[in-house]
Design a protein around this ligand. Structure first.
Ligand code: SF4
Length: 220
C-alpha cells in the first residue's frame, strides 16, 4: 500500500529548501529601515511610519524628525502637532504622530527609555502590533521572529508554505510550524528582497528567472 505524504513534513522540507536557496540568492538581506541597533526606539518610530509608505521615504523623513527630537525624552515631550508636521510626508500623519508620541511617553515612563525585549511588553506599546514587535525581537534582540508583512504573506502563499492564508497572525502561526526558529527573521528579510526583485505584487512574477522556480507551487 502506498504511503500518503505528511503535508506538514512536506511543508517543512519545502521551507528548508526555500531558506537554503534564498540564502544563496540574498546573502546579506537586512531591514531596509535605517536605525542604530543601540537606539531601538528609532526602529519603533520607523516601523510605525512605514505603514502605507515606502521604507526609502521613511528613512528620509526620520532624519528631519531626529534633528528636532533626537531621543525618547525629546519625542515624548514634543507636541503631537509638531511630530505630525514632520512625519506628514509618510501619510496618515495624525494617527502616526499620536502613536509615536504615546509610545515614546510609555517608553520614558515605564521602561527608562529602553525598548522592552518580550512580545508581551512590546504589544502594550501604542501603535505596535505583532509585525513590529517581531521585527524588534528579531533584528534588535536576535530572538526568534517571523515578520508577516505583505511580501511574506504573498510569497508564502505563492510558494506553497501556507495554503490560502492571508491574515497576518494566521500566516505567522502556520510558518512557526515549519520554519526553524533561528531562521525566521532572516528568511522574512529575504522574502522582502525576493518580493521586490522577482515576485512582485504589481507585475507578473518573473518565474523564469526565479531561484525558487523548481520548488515553488506558483500559486499566482
Ligand atoms: S517561481 Fe514565480 S511565483 Fe514562485 S517565488 Fe518565484 S517568481 Fe514567485
Amino acid at each position: 500500500m502506498r504511503k500518503t505524504k505528511d503535508p506538514l513534513k512536506e511543508k517543512k522540507e519545502l521551507a528548508l529548501k526555500v531558506i537554503e536557496l534564498l540564502k544563496e540568492e540574498y546573502p546579506s538581506s537586512d531591514c531596509t529601515l535605517t536605525y542604530d541597533r543601540d537606539q531601538a526606539w528609532k526602529l519603533l518610530v520607523s516601523v510605525r511610519l512605514a505603514a502605507q509608505c515606502t521604507d526609502a521615504r521613511v528613512n528620509v523623513v526620520v532624519e528631519d524628525l531626529y534633528k528636532e527630537f533626537p531621543d525618547v525624552e525629546a519625542l515624548a515631550n514634543a507636541e503631537v502637532s509638531e511630530i505630525e508636521r514632520l512625519v506628514r510626508p509618510c501619510g496618515l500623519g495624525n494617527s502616526k504622530a499620536r502613536d509615536i508620541s504615546a509610545c515614546m511617553k510609555m517608553l520614558r515612563d515605564q521602561y527608562h527609555g529602553k525598548v522592552p525585549d518580550t512580545m508581551e511588553e512590546l504589544l502594550k506599546l501604542p501603535g505596535v502590533g505583532r509585525k513590529s514587535a517581531n521585527l524588534v525581537l528579531g533584528d534588535v534582540y536576535g530572538k526568534p521572529a517571523i515578520v508577516t508583512d505583505t511580501h511574506c504573506i504573498r510569497l508564502s502563499n505563492r510558494i506553497g508554505l501556507v495554503d490560502d492564508v492571508k491574515e497576518p497572525g494566521k500566516v505567522e502561526k502556520e510558518l512557526w510550524k515549519i520554519i526553524p526558529p533561528k531562521e525566521g527573521n532572516a528568511l522574512c528579510h529575504r522574502l522582502v528582497d525576493h518580493g521586490r526583485a522577482v515576485c512582485s505584487a504589481r507585475t507578473k512574477p518573473a518565474c523564469e528567472k526565479c531561484c525558487l522556480k523548481e520548488i515553488c507551487k506558483k500559486r499566482i
